[in-house]
Design a protein around this ligand. Sequence first.
Ligand SMILES: NC(=O)c1ccc[n+]([C@@H]2O[C@H](COP(=O)([O-])OP(=O)(O)OC[C@H]3O[C@@H](n4cnc5c(N)ncnc54)[C@H](OP(=O)(O)O)[C@@H]3O)[C@@H](O)[C@H]2O)c1
Length: 358
Amino acid sequence: MTVKVGLIGVGPVGDRIVRCLKERDFPLAGPLRVMATRYRREILGDEEFEVHETSAELFAGLEVVFFAGREGAKGASAQWAQTAIESGAYCIDNGSDFRLDPSVPLVVPEINMDEVTADTKLIASPNCSTTQLVVALAPLHRVAGIKRIVVATYQAVSGWGQAAVEDMQRQLPQYVNGEAVEFDPAVFARPIILDCIPHIDRFTDGGYTKEELKMVNETRKILNMPDLPITATAVRVPVDIGHAEAINVEFHEKMTAQQATEILSDPQHAPGVVVIDGPTQDPNVVSARDAPEELQYPTQADVKKDEYKDMVLVGRIRQDETVDSGLNMWVVSDNLRKGAATNVVQIAEEMIKRGILG
Ligand SMILES: NC(=O)c1ccc[n+]([C@@H]2O[C@H](COP(=O)([O-])OP(=O)(O)OC[C@H]3O[C@@H](n4cnc5c(N)ncnc54)[C@H](OP(=O)(O)O)[C@@H]3O)[C@@H](O)[C@H]2O)c1
């Protein structure tokens, strides 16, 4: 059984989708059909692809199309998802255009894959910061019931696309050489190098950014808790890849830090999660810092390791002593992989397993 696959968008997310399909041995029927706004040849993963200018006839014969284009009225899914569906393809969308549409499931395979049926022609994948949050919290929610979430994010520049990565890369040598740091105000409102910017996406009337509201609304939809009290502060940090989140979560039932560590360390209960916590395994760190109490924890650099690149890493699991049942935790994941590409490829893999695709 093989599947004829199309891809729209060749930014960092499109690139990671190509890599994921190859690494995970996705059963492709023939070459991947790659589209963007204009024709050229481009290296994606380690392979050169012909990138076509997107047009209706290119969808003929495709069984599934991964959308990794820009969002909004001129974006890829707004312009082409309906055409793809009419051509007979399932569409799996990385963008935000349809995430809150009640007729479109917003899917993280570890949590709510059952919302996808053969009739689900369009499937949305959550915002990167939402995905890692729900992958880490859903296993605890199943046991103790989440009462409230407060989250602050530390998000990589690649979350804002290739232009943002290039903006930071230009600023680094300028800073090191003592030159005036230039920035493109169309990307971030200030230089990102050696600074943290509490501003991701546009501001809305209440003072929250759209990124913060995405986390609120998407988490409620995925966990099927429309009234869940959840509040977020989203911050851009000068890291190329990987988002981190400081999460405070309160539960209805008892949940200790030890219980949470056990649940999140068990792949049956918490698929896709790796706990990196407890005494450090590195004797050099202990002796160099003369700190036998040193703990281990994940950072954004860890998501570049092969064994962690598709996982959600959890550390610093601590009891919140100010409430009856609550925890603080630190959650890290690759925004381009589990936050985007890996999640959409996993959705397609599950669709194959369930006989929906292929
Ligand atoms: N970056 C992340 O961490 C992340 C995480 C989760 C979700 N997402 C979402 O994933 C999507 C892709 O992200 P990215 O960072 O890879 O974006 P990006 O760097 O801006 O790249 C967007 C790509 O989409 C193509 N495109 C845009 N509009 C199109 C249209 N109307 N028709 C056909 N192709 C079109 C562009 O074509 P050209 O190259 O020809 O201009 C470009 O290749 C976005 O919706 C983003 O919000 C991103």
